[in-house]
Design a protein around this ligand. Sequence first.
Ligand code: PLP
Length: 390
Amino acid sequence: MTKELELETLAIHTGIERSQFNEHSEALYLTSSFVFDSAAQAAARFSGEEPGNIYSRFTNPTVSTMQTRLAALEDAEVCIATASGMSAILSCVMGLLSAGDHIVASRSIFGSTVNLFSNIFSRFNIETTFVSATDPMEWQQAVKSNTRLFFLETPSNPLTEISDIAALADIAHKTKAWLVVDNCFCTPALQQPLKLGADIVIHSATKYLDGQGRVLGGAILGNKDLLMDGGIFAFLRTAGPTLSAFNAWVILKGLETLSLRMQAHSAHALEIAQWLEAHPGVARVYYPGLSSHPQHTLAMQQQKAGGGIVSFEIMGGRDKAWHVIDSVQLLSITANLGDTKSTLTHPASTTHGRISQQARDAAGITEGLLRIAVGLESPEDIKADLLRGL
Ligand SMILES: Cc1ncc(COP(=O)(O)O)c(C=O)c1O
């Protein structure tokens, strides 16, 4: 499939390899292993002399279709699908780094990612220095002789801080480190980090790539040398955090509507953000599409639109924040995001509840903060629902 096609077309047509039945929709290959014609062919497949499927922990045709499609959308040479977003981050670090290496990471990243870096990788002598998402000088100053990897999310979860991908890629490359960007909030429909200089893109496919809150999945994207020969695929194939064929099928069908959905999520989120900004009970609204956002200009250079996540600081702290949550009838009280259904979360006691108070304070996650992952319902109905508690 030629790369000259537009993203919306690539999302629908890339990666299809029809079976002998000539099906129109992509086939779902639910099989653990694949059969060989002979002992010689089995040996050739295992030695790598002959390409082809062996076992679904290594490769599977449905997973390959999803990988090829997402690679086309991110403009990446290669995509490796994983069982979840967290296993994508795990596989990336375990594949590329060794004991004694150092990571510089944004302070404003998903709570489980903070935990993985500070409490698990540290046990294997991979240390992480956390720095401001928005100040490239801090990244520069945190670099050590053993720094191998920079890690960030932009926009960040939940405060929608914007990191300057091109500027941080420059700093990373001068120190011979790789820049890894978690592109969960924007997806390639709104932002393509590899084009801005990032080396690797990470996805929690659980979110917008599926888009309907059905399955867990993840992905690692980048060039072939780094992903296939650099150790990431070898880690995944051996350790096994592989994406199931069923989940790959659900996600690849989700990709077909990704661009339409991201435009609608962004339009609805902007409307809700503007409405919240005008509400007297709201102290502050965090949304990159608002002109009041401190990095609105950078966001609009890097992103096609603001995305679907709006966070806001309510006056009255935890009590008032929980009251808003307990008053909704339409929004779902759940921590997931990227669904057609809008979700409402209190980050300080849920997604970021297991990190230390000090880390929460440093990341700006206050007791009055609420995060809405704006879905595809009518924005009027979402506003009416929020108004019950506000
Ligand atoms: C930005 C971000 N990255 C990674 C993850 C982890 O993804 P998963 O739950 O698929 O492991 C999440 C989950 O919420 C997330 O919000």
